[in-house]
Design a protein. Structure first.
Length: 156
């Protein structure tokens, strides 16, 4: 198995690693870097629990090879908090009870964060469309939508 030396920024911190060609980004994050906030729910690109930002775009990190992130910037759920202050999207999930078991929550928050970056005042339909690649088995989505609406209002 070929090894590749990759360099990337993760949550603003430069990182280097020697990775197998087949290593998935989610495994680099969780197993090598111990950033276990990014979850694995399916391995088939369905659930979105593994969603991270790669160069500002949400991607399912179980479907991206670590080598594809070489030279890029990755943001995981651990990167939302800044200097001890929660990001409005994190506050929203707390205030609006946007989770039950919490398994989908990191991916939901990253997807919501990315949505608000490009659409600061989304309609309910736009929120539901944005999170359509993120599955939640617990909440029925109502409070997840409210959580993202909370963050949008907080950022205005
Ligand atoms: S673990 Fe990546 S989409 Fe489910
Ligand atoms: S809160 Fe349990 S899967 Fe979403």
């Amino acid at each position: 198995m070929a090894k590749h030396h990759i360099k990337l920024k993760i949550n603003g911190v430069p990182q280097e690693a020697d990775v197998d060609s087949r290593l998935l980004l989610v495994h680099l994050l969780r197993d090598s870097l111990r950033l276990t906030g990014t979850h694995i729910g399916c391995d088939t690109t369905h659930c979105g629990a593994c969603t991270v930002l790669l160069d500002g775009e949400p991607v399912k990190s179980c479907t991206v090879l670590a080598v594809q992130a070489d030279g890029g910037e990755v943001m995981t759920v651990e990167g939302l908090e800044q200097n001890g202050a929660l990001n409005p999207i994190q506050e929203g999930f707390h205030e609006e009870h946007g989770l039950q078991c919490g398994y989908c929550t990191p991916g939901m928050m990253i997807t919501g964060y990315a949505l608000l970056k490009r659409t600061p005042n989304p309609s309910e339909g736009e929120i539901r469309h944005a999170i359509s690649g993120n599955l939640c088995r617990c909440t029925g989505y109502v409070n997840i939508v409210k959580s993202i609406q909370y963050a949008a209002a907080k950022q205005r």
